[in-house]
Design a protein around this ligand. Structure first.
Ligand code: FES
Ligand code: ZN
Ligand code: ZN
Length: 321
């Protein structure tokens, strides 16, 4: 197996490109594909300060590393979700990555700073854990970007993630969500720009990238995601991809080229704010929202109302009953 660029020994095959690569040229491919995505969708400009949403997993650490390699000023933000050992371990990976490279990692903890964790808070608020988790992440990342004066929030969503979300949205014809499936959402109404520069790379690519770059990451999946439909869509797409390399890429990128524009004016109710929606600051936290109280504050109220919480260790014990 030879590298298609230099004909030296290859370390990885990339079937959708019908090519093999040595270490150097695979790493270059990952950076080039990311840079190409950033340019194609006008995600970032020179001099932008970006905030990377870091989970401690392969995708967020890979994109943070790639952005630094590409010369961007990129800081990280980690949100502790209180999902037992999973959260403790993931925080350690994020912290080590930042410390070893002298990078800035901001962090916040849902339980310490907002009085609830994802497992208990989602139950109290009668939301699926992943829904409470996603809502909390979006709100806290946006808020951290606003507070820190960052130009954009970067997330590590890859091609597998986006193709699986697209499959779910198409299977149920969720036209409102299809309008949110772009890899860049422009800044508007006080919300920061949000970008997904890894959409040309697969999970396998980011795992290989981390391995070859010596980046240690949390391999375990979130325990709350077990049974999640998203994972079954990923598995189905992997089956299709193995018979038909490039199918995932075509599914997602042709959607972007040929269909996404038909849905952009229909964002999900209560979560996105269109040019038409009235925007006012949340009366509790000041974040832009279309109701009096933003979705995160109302989640926090419901999650903490059921469980009276005090500070510190007492808080953890009471929440864990
Ligand atoms: Fe959010 Fe698992 S990472 S619920
Ligand atoms: Zn090579
Ligand atoms: Zn609020």
């Amino acid at each position: 197996m030879k590298c298609q660029v230099c004909r030296g020994p290859a370390v990885i095959d990339v079937r959708r490109h019908n090519a093999n690569f040595c270490q150097e040229h695979f790493l270059r491919l990952c950076r080039d594909q990311t840079a190409r995505t950033i340019t194609q969708f006008s995600m970032l400009s020179e001099g932008d300060r970006v905030l990377v949403a870091v989970s401690g997993g392969k995708d967020s650490l890979a994109i943070w590393d790639i952005l630094i390699e590409l010369g961007y000023e990129a800081d990280g933000f980690y949100l502790g979700l209180g999902i037992g050992a999973y959260s403790d371990t993931s925080a350690g990976y994020a912290r080590r990555f930042a410390d070893e490279r002298g990078l800035t990692l901001h962090s916040e903890d849902l339980l310490r700073d907002h009085g609830f964790d994802v497992p208990h808070g989602s139950r109290a608020a009668r939301r699926a854990p992943c829904s409470a988790c996603g809502l909390s992440k979006r709100h806290r990342f946006d808020e951290a970007a606003r507070r820190g004066g960052y130009d954009a929030v970067v997330t590590g969503h890859n091609l597998d993630d986006e193709a699986a979300v697209l499959m779910g949205n198409v299977l149920h014809w969720q036209t409102d969500y299809l309008g949110r499936q772009l890899p860049v959402l422009k800044a508007q109404h006080g919300f920061p720009r949000k970008v997904k520069p890894l959409v040309r790379l697969t999970e396998r690519d980011t795992a290989a990238y981390c391995l070859l770059r010596g980046i240690d990451y949390l391999v375990d999946e979130c325990p709350m995601a077990v049974g999640n439909k998203h994972l079954s869509y990923k598995a189905a797409l992997n089956d299709i991809e193995s018979d038909s390399p490039g199918a995932k890429h075509a599914f997602y990128f042709r959607f972007l080229d040929q269909a996404a524009h038909r849905f952009v004016d229909h964002p999900p109710e209560g979560e996105a704010v269109t040019d038409m929606a009235p925007v006012s600051p949340c009366i509790n936290c000041g974040a832009p929202c279309s109701n009096e109280v933003c979705a995160f504050c109302s989640l926090t109220m419901r999650a903490t109302a059921a469980v009276p919480i005090e500070m510190g260790a007492t808080r953890r014990r009471k929440v864990s009953r």
